[in-house]
Design a protein around this ligand. Structure first.
Ligand code: ZN
Length: 170
């Protein structure tokens, strides 16, 4: 195939992909570190995977550790308040919790950080249980929670949550 023909085919392929691809719409929610190196990775991942137009970003330094420990009441309550705004005002049904390489707020190794991430998921599930989702005709089961590890190349890696591990081992 000559170069021109290939160019035309490629152009056509892009047009077709554009036509059949779901347009970006709605919101997802990202819970991640304040670290400026990581927010782009989560946003891009959420938009690509869930076709959302916007990602509300809730940040704290080392948020996976804060959520895992679940002891700093004012911060936890504030995170919950922001999560509710994202759900109630923006209609988010997708929550992504991220941890990352070289985190100043959680300077633990990857293994420990992933354990924090899984505990963080439990805390967020618990938050969902305690939010007035019934007022919106929803239950915690209507929400997807994804876990991400943002690696040393600032690329997101999906981390299976405990419930998947349980399923895989069953
Ligand atoms: Zn960090």
């Amino acid at each position: 195939m000559n170069r021109e023909a290939r160019k035309i085919l490629l152009g056509l392929a892009y047009v077709l992909i554009g036509l059949f691809r779901k347009p970006l719409s709605g919101f997802a929610t990202g819970l991640e570190c304040m670290d400026g190196r990581v927010q782009g990775a989560l946003r891009k991942k959420a938009k690509r995977k869930y076709r959302v137009k916007y990602v509300d970003i809730i940040t704290q330094p080392g948020i996976n550790k804060i959520l895992a420990e679940n002891t700093d009441v004012p911060i936890i309550e504030n995170i919950k308040k922001m999560l509710w705004i994202s759900i109630n005002d923006h209609g988010s049904r997708t929550i992504i919790i991220a941890a990352h390489h070289n985190c100043a707020g959680n300077p633990n190794n990857k293994e420990t950080q992933l354990a924090h991430l899984r505990e963080a998921e439990k805390t967020v599930r618990n938050m969902l249980e305690n939010l007035p989702l019934g007022d919106l005709g929803l239950s915690p089961m209507d929400f997807v929670i994804d876990l991400l590890w943002i690696n040393e190349k600032w690329m997101p890696e999906e981390i299976p949550s405990d419930k998947w591990l349980v399923k895989m081992n069953a």
